[in-house]
Design a protein. Structure first.
Length: 328
């Protein structure tokens, strides 16, 4: 049963990150935003299909004029919501989104403005800092998301100090490879594993172990990209087996339920992680849900980090609130 939907509401982006496929604007600017009526219809169908977590993504998801309607509808259906943003538009959209995004992630690659802006291809550092202030004033607790690459690994301590300043969690996202590029060195994998144990830091150690093992093995695949994840494009298509290898695109005009029960999806579910192009893949957003079950060394190694994240994100605040109520 799928547990996660990666919903690409747009492929357009207002940044030009050197490590991201959406930084190549000429490839994506002609793609339309997802149609409002399609998204709202699909959200209800996703919930009926068992999806309980939805990541509204892109591109830059805040470029979609109706993104706040989508997060509001998903929340009303009982789904957890997630958005990752470069923050250029967050100050303008903050109040509309308030209270409807469970996991709000602000991307930050360095605590130095010039270094962050260089990696992002636009001047957006000040927007991140302004967004942090606005979010906290609205009672939101965004996570700071650091994409660890060979180019910025030394900036990690500075970003950590900034996260501590705002009393926010730091999420470390190791750069992933699905076509044998953008790898992290063994030395930097060791560094990240050590850094991930710091207070207020979330890093799934299974991401690092997967990289040490050479990524997905097509003979004994770990990837569950089809059975655990539903990927929808702005053009209202189910993408199979995943966004990065769009070998099959199934229009959702006939309804999500029919498409999920199609022969094409059954084929890709059988072949998930077994295609030749799946060899060495380490795409985080597919392996995170793939680690959920069945139980294996990677799923077991991920449990402590998830428990720490849940404590810092939710339980610590509840405990603190309880102490304050008792003291009053």
């Amino acid at each position: 049963m799928p547990i996660l939907c990666n919903y690409y509401v747009t492929y357009r982006c207002n940044a030009a990150c050197s490590f991201c496929v959406f930084g190549k604007h000429d490839r994506w600017n002609d793609f339309p935003h997802a149609r409002k009526e399609d998204v709202l219809r699909n959200l209800s169908a996703l919930r009926q299909a068992g999806v309980w977590f939805i990541d509204f993504t892109g591109g830059e998801p805040l470029l979609h004029p109706d993104i706040h309607l989508f997060t509001r509808e998903a929340s009303s259906l009982g789904m957890m919501t997630s958005i990752t943003t470069n923050c250029l538009l967050y100050p303008k959209r903050a109040r509309d989104l308030q209270g409807t995004v469970d996991l709000l992630h602000f991307s930050l690659d360095s605590a130095e403005a010039s270094a962050h802006n260089a990696l992002r291809g636009v001047d957006c550092f000040d927007a991140v800092i302004r967004s942090l202030e606005i979010a906290r004033s609205l009672g939101e607790r965004p996570d700071i998301l650091f994409t660890a690459t060979e180019a910025n690994i030394e900036a990690l301590p500075g970003v950590y100090e900034l996260a501590r300043k705002y009393d926010l969690l730091l999420l470390i996202n190791p750069i992933f490879s699905h076509i044998k590029r953008q790898e992290l060195s063994t030395e930097n994998l060791d560094y990240l594993e050590s850094f991930g144990k710091k207070y207020g830091v979330y890093l799934n150690p299974s991401f690092l172990l997967l990289r040490r093992q050479g990524g997905n093995d097509t003979r004994k695949p770990l990837c569950k990209a089809v059975s655990r994840v539903i990927v929808i494009s702005p053009e209202n298509e189910l993408l199979l087996p995943c966004f990065h290898f769009q070998k099959t695109k199934l229009p959702l005009d006939a309804g999500l339920r029919n498409v999920l029960n199609s022969d094409a999806r059954r084929y890709h579910r059988t072949m998930q992680g077994r295609h030749t192009f799946c060899a060495g893949c380490t795409v985080n957003c597919y392996f995170e849900p793939s680690f959920a079950y069945p139980v294996n060394i990677l799923s077991l190694r991920s449990i402590p980090s998830k428990m720490r994240y849940a404590y810092h994100k939710y339980l610590r605040r509840l405990f603190r609130r309880g102490r304050l109520l008792r003291a009053s």
